[in-house]
Ligand binder design. Structure first.
Ligand code: 1HN
Length: 347
């Protein structure tokens, strides 16, 4: 590989003149933006142990009333980007949000899309475009870009959920903004996950003048059904790795435009070696224990922990103990497929 010229080789008067005109030479920086042979990820794999983050989040509950926070969140900062980076990987923002009994978080809508995975506590709900979605542990709740959402809590104990947003992408696009509104008055009906999309593979017949809401027909994926589906698949798929994709039940496409979600089950003692993927990922442990070797670093995880993997990471998951482990994988494959880039490499 030829060594390209450096900035220091250029005469000072030339460098000054470029600066005054607002130009700069590409060649000293060419290899930084176009490394040869493969990408040079900035993201560093990290594990955020729930036992470490939870006490700090609970303290935020005492220090900062929800009225002064709007969303009481501690976000997961990628150590590869230095302290306080508002992203866990290149494209994924992840936070842990606390709502205390009786609290509400006001309605807003914004350009980034979000999804929540309920981590702890019962009795909270999210109202999305007028539908009141109950939040039970492990449920995946979508709040797609442009949809109104507010949160409330009529239970007795603190509720904590994990937020995933494509916020870094929207910040990069200079397109991130929100609009606020008063709390929504929910419709008096069950949400579509309990009625229209009760059974996998079945969707209501529609009239031509009342087409299906194809963008986001189902905003809530109850965990009980997801886990049951994984356990059943594990018994009948010939020992293959068990992973289910959260899809739009009308189209089969990813449930959000840029972020993808899968539910994984590792049988007791099972090892899984996924292909190298061009997408980055954050894994959230719903239940069970195990460890994952990510680019040579072992992340040992238990219930409610969250860990990250950069793009093209070499990953090997292993469950430990006598019960299966259940994880949700949050990734940016849908975005990468839309731009014709997504790539997998066999190992
Ligand atoms: C947001 O709207 C929520 O609605 C949570 O709960 C976290 C992080 C950044 C920007 C918007 C929510 C968020 C967020």
């Amino acid at each position: 590989m030829t060594q390209l010229g450096t900035l220091e080789e250029l005469p000072q008067d030339y460098r000054d003149a470029m600066g005054r005109v607002g130009v700069a030479p590409l060649w000293p920086q060419m290899r930084n933006v176009l490394p040869h042979g493969g990408p040079a990820p900035v993201t560093r794999s990290h594990l955020w142990a729930y036992g470490d983050v939870r006490p700090l989040l609970m303290r935020a509950g005492e220090l900062t009333p929800v009225e002064k926070a709007e969303r009481r969140v501690l976000f997961l900062a990628d150590p590869g980007r230095g302290p306080g980076a508002m992203q866990a990987t290149s494209t994924l923002y992840i936070g842990l949000q606390l709502l205390m009994p009786g609290e509400t978080a006001p309605a807003h809508k914004h350009t980034p899309s979000a999804a929540r995975i309920v981590v702890e506590g019962e009795g909270a709900y999210t109202v999305v475009d007028g539908d009141k979605l109950p939040m039970h542990q492990g449920d995946l709740i979508l709040t797609p870009g442009g949809c109104w959402h507010d949160h409330g809590h009529s239970g007795k104990d603190p509720v904590i959920w994990l937020d995933a947003l494509d916020l870094p992408l929207f910040v990069y696009l200079e397109g991130s903004y929100a609009v606020e509104a008063p709390l929504q008055t929910p419709r008096n009906r069950l949400d579509p996950s309990e009625v229209e999309y009760r059974a996998a593979g079945l969707a209501p017949v529609r009239r031509r003048d009342k087409p299906a809401p194809v963008s986001y027909p189902m905003m809530r994926f109850p965990w009980a059904r997801t886990e049951a589906g994984l356990r059943r698949l594990a018994e009948h798929n010939g020992g293959e790795p068990v992973e289910l994709d959260y899809v739009n039940p009308e189209t089969g496409a990813s449930c959000l435009p840029t972020m993808g979600f899968t539910a994984m089950m590792l049988r007791p003692g099972e090892k899984a070696r996924p292909p190298l993927r061009s997408s980055s990922a954050v894994f959230h442990v719903v239940s069970g224990r195990g460890s994952s070797i990510i680019n040579g670093k072992t992340q040992t995880w238990g219930p409610k922990d969250t860990f990250s993997a950069p793009v093209f990471a070499a990953i090997e998951h292993a469950s430990s103990g006598e019960t299966p482990a259940f994880l949700v994988r949050i990734h940016d494959t849908p975005l990468q497929e839309k731009i014709g880039y997504y790539e997998e490499r066999a190992r």
